[in-house]
Every structure is written in structure tokens, then in C-alpha cells.
Design a protein around this ligand. Structure first.
Ligand SMILES: [Zn+2]
Length: 95
């Protein structure tokens, strides 16, 4: 026992794609800038954020159910092209 505890302090967020809870650090924060979903890699962009696993499957699920529009309070559909590229690139680096 090192005395280190995991008592409730670990920040958890729900992935808007698969809707599973995960540690905030395992998820990608997304913010809305205009009509575009922008990945917030450093967690520094202001405004409402949505969280998604950096995985294409989760991104696809989120897009299909318009989870980003709902989570980010957008009236219309959001552009996720840049976000998709970002997630695809991250997935390639993982392999
Ligand atoms: Zn997910």
C-alpha cells in the first residue's frame, strides 16, 4: 500500500458515441466553433465541451445520433470533417 487512493476524485466523462463512462484523460474533448466540431487536444478551448473516445467507431455513432449537436447545443448539423481526420490519424499512430 503506497497510500495513494482512487477515491472518487478521478474525473469521469461519458463518451457521446458509445455512451460508456471513461476517465477524462482517455477521451477527446470536442468544442463547437461556429458550425464545426473542433478537437480540443489541450483542453484549453473555452465553452461547452463534449467528450468522445478518439476512435472512428465512437465518432460515427455520435454523428449518426447527432450527439454532438445535442451536447454542444447546436440547432443544425455540425461539420465533423476535421475532427474525423484527427481521430483517424490518432488511430493510425496507435498501431
Ligand atoms: Zn466511445
Amino acid at each position: 500500500m503506497s497510500g495513494r487512493t482512487h477515491g472518487g476524485a478521478c474525473p469521469e466523462r461519458m463518451c457521446v458515441g458509445c455512451r460508456e463512462r471513461a476517465a477524462k484523460s482517455d477521451l477527446l474533448r470536442i468544442v463547437r466553433i461556429g458550425d464545426e466540431c473542433v478537437p480540443d487536444d489541450r483542453g484549453t478551448l473555452p465553452g461547452r465541451g463534449a467528450y468522445v473516445h478518439p476512435a472512428v467507431v465512437c465518432l460515427d455513432q455520435a454523428v449518426r445520433r447527432r450527439a454532438f449537436s445535442r451536447a454542444l447545443r447546436s440547432e443544425g448539423p455540425l461539420d465533423t470533417a476535421a475532427l474525423r481526420l484527427r481521430v483517424q490519424r490518432a488511430a493510425e499512430q496507435d498501431e
